[in-house]
Each structure stands twice: as C-alpha cells, then as structure tokens.
Design a protein around this ligand. Sequence first.
Ligand code: AMP
Ligand code: ZN
Length: 474
Amino acid sequence: MISTQSSICFFNTLTRRKEVFKPLEAGKVKIYTCGPTVYDFAHIGNFRAFLFEDLLKRWLIQCGFKVTHIMNLTDIDDKTIKGSQKQGVPLQQFTAFYVKAFFEDIKALNIEPADIYPKATDHIPEMVTLIKTLITKGYAYRGEDGSIYFSVCKFSNYGKMSKIKVSELKVGARVSQDEYAKEEAQDFALWKAWTPEDGDVYWETELGKGRPGWHIECSAMSMKYLGETFDIHCGGVDNMFPHHENETAQSEAATGKKFVNYWMHNEHLQVEGKKMSKRLGNYYTLRDLLAKGYDPIAIRYLLMSTHYRQQFNFTFEGLEAAKGAVDRLKNFVRRLHDAAGKESGGKVATFIGKAEVCFEGSMDDDLDIGTALASLFDFVREINNLLDANTVSKAEAADIGGLMMKFDAVLGVIGKVEVEEDLAPDIDVLVQKREAARKAKNWKEADAIRAQLKTMGIVLEDTAQGIRWHKEKA
Ligand code: AMP
Ligand code: ZN
C-alpha cells in the first residue's frame, strides 16, 4: 500500500476546495449518506449517488480506516404520504415494499451495506427533542398554521453552503413543503401540524398532532448515530439546497458545534442533458435495465466510472462499453491462471509498481476514478503483451492476480472468476472435439461445436497457450 491515510484529498462543498482529509479520530471515519425516499423503485440516477458513496467508502477502507456508515431511509415525507394514499395502503406497508426492493437492488449492484439503515419513522422522539431544543434556544417558532418553523435569519451561518444571502430574504416568510428552489428560501417547517390531506399519518407528541419535516429527520438520525460533529456527509447536488443547508442550520443551532467537516456532493446522471428524475419521467430503474437483460455489474461500472463531480449522460452505448470493460478485466484475471511462462526479467514487478502508484495516487486525489481506471487498463495491456510472449511466470501471475484483487476490493466488478477446473468436464470434451475438427480442416463441424458451446454460454478464445474457454457471465 503506497497510499497513506494522510495523502487523501476531497473536494469539500463547504469551502469549494480540495482539502487534505483529516478525520476527527485517527484511523476512523464517520459517514452519513442521505438514503432513498422509499416511495418508488430507486432509479439509476439515485444509484449513481449510492455507488459514488460505495466507492468512497471502499477507498477509505482500502486505506486502512475503520468506517462507520449510516444511511437513512426516508419513509415519511410529502412523497411517501402521497404515494401510500394513491395506492390506498397504510404508509408502513407502502414503504416496506420499496425498502425491500432497495436492499435487493444494492445487493445486485454489489454495494457494501451501511452499518445501520435508520428509518425516519423509528426516530420521531429524537426529532421532537431536537425541535424542542431549537424552540428553547429561540431558533424555532410556531406559525399560525400550528406548524413549527426554523427562523433562518436567527442563524447567522444560514446559506453558507448554497451561497444564499440571508439579508435578502423576507423575514418571517414561510415554506411548508419539503422541496423548494433556492429563490424560495425562507423559514422552513420542522414539524408540520396535521392537515386533512395527511389522513391517518400523524404522531401525537408534545409538539402537537403532526409529522416531521424532511430535513429534521437527517439531523436527528445522523447525530444520534455519529455524534454532534462527524467527518463526512454525502448526497447528490440536488440535496445541497434546501436539504443539507437546512440540516446544517438545525444541527448547528441546536448544538452550537460544527455539524460536518466534509460535505461531498455527486453530480447528476443525466438523460439528453437533463437530470434523470421521477418528476421529468426520463428515468430507468435498475429493474428496467435488468429486465432488458443488462448485467448489474456493467451498470455498476458505468455509474461509477465517471468522476463523481462530473455530470454524465446515460446511454445504452455507454452501458455496452461498460460491459466490454468488465469482461476485459474478468478475462484478464482468468487468463492469469494459465500463465506458466519464463520469468519476465523484472518487467512484471515494474508494471505492478507503476500501476499501484498511479491507481492509488488517483484515488487519493478526490477519487479520480477515470485516471485510476486508465492506469489499470494500461497495466492489463502491458501484462497481456507479456502473456502473449509467454514471459510471465506462475509466481509473477500470482502477484498480478493479487494486485487485481486489491484493485477489485475498491471497484467491486471482477468478483470470483470461474476457471476451467470449476466447470463441467464435458465442455472440455467438446472443445477438444472442435480442435480436432479444426486440425482436420472440418470447418463445418468446428463451427457447429462453437455454436453449440455458445448456446451453453461458453466463449472460446485463441491464446498463446492454445484454445481457452470461459462462461459468458462469470
Ligand atoms: P431520493 O430518493 O430522491 O431522496 O434520492 C436519493 C439520492 O439520489 C440523493 O443523494 C439524491 O441527491 C440522489 N439523486 C437523485 N437524482 C439523481 C441523479 N439524476 N443523479 C445522481 N444522483 C441523484
Ligand atoms: Zn438527508
């Protein structure tokens, strides 16, 4: 490991600069990531956010940090209430269905699970306590509609993250919905008094009959599990305002302490230049793509391989290319199993050293995955050349395999690659029969056997060591 825990830099939204990452406690990192609003299947734009967070976490773990990761589940907000009413099922039953779907999706995408997935509806008492503190400290008040609002002009740092000038805001103007534009910034709801539209969704609390606003949920849950100040908070750029601005205001007003040291926001996945979103209807869920036969690992690769602070456009050509890239990596690892050539004369060790330095240096530089992947594919090309010349020894191949597994602990796309020994011996018989047909120039039979193998998902390739074969999907 060339990278050290002190060589990592992240772009911090708070300062709009790359900063050297220094956790509060040496060797430990506490991360909170805004999880899904469970009112529908998550779309692949949402998964771009969750995959960036997965890459961040895997990199920190690779660098030796002990990471504590909390991801909330937003199971009560304007959208979940509307959705459950539309379907005519109780809120809890409605959201439970999408929570289950979310866990199935992240498993398919090989996303490392968080340590805890707190649900907003399980943390109402914590939210009430936090709101009571804000009232006591003079930051919150009850409006004529019975709801409790946060007074933005009382909190001098309001607008710092999203660069809003509080002096230009209308004092006492209020917004009660969870999502609104920067231009509509004003006092926002911490606790929403019950209205007939909420139906049977309410809690009877010291604050009255009602439900929490969306923003207070993440303040209460993050501080409960990670403490009043923690290291990293992530989410998509759409969450920067109002969600994260409001989370910061509520939390810092209540505790008098800095809430989060590093805010990291991923850019959007777009479709034809527009943010992929439910509202615009220009989205694919993971399930849509799996139903079309796409490989979840290719989807993982595609969504993770562009730098997280760069917008990028979803296309099916991009997805095909991602599948090709994943296959190249798997085939390469498979090929290493057969290497038994001459020693490379130090070349393998040099290539390993170079790839390691470049991959790690790139990831340390604000997760520059594009450069990291480019160095990985350079490495694969260089080693492939040596394999073609039969100049990679068994011991060298083992070192290369070790490095690939180390890279894959971060990338999560290669996994366990099946090699011949694991596969049925009758396939070997077919391959040999085809070789014999080829040698006898019986092309018809050779082609027929190749076609037969293809229907079994077996792909053949010519290598310096002879004909090799592997399963299409390892
Ligand atoms: P939501 O379920 O709407 O609360 O969103 C879950 C996560 O997905 C949040 O971090 C959002 O900022 C993020 N997100 C939503 N749409 C996109 C998109 N098109 N591209 C990238 N991230 C997104
Ligand atoms: Zn949140």
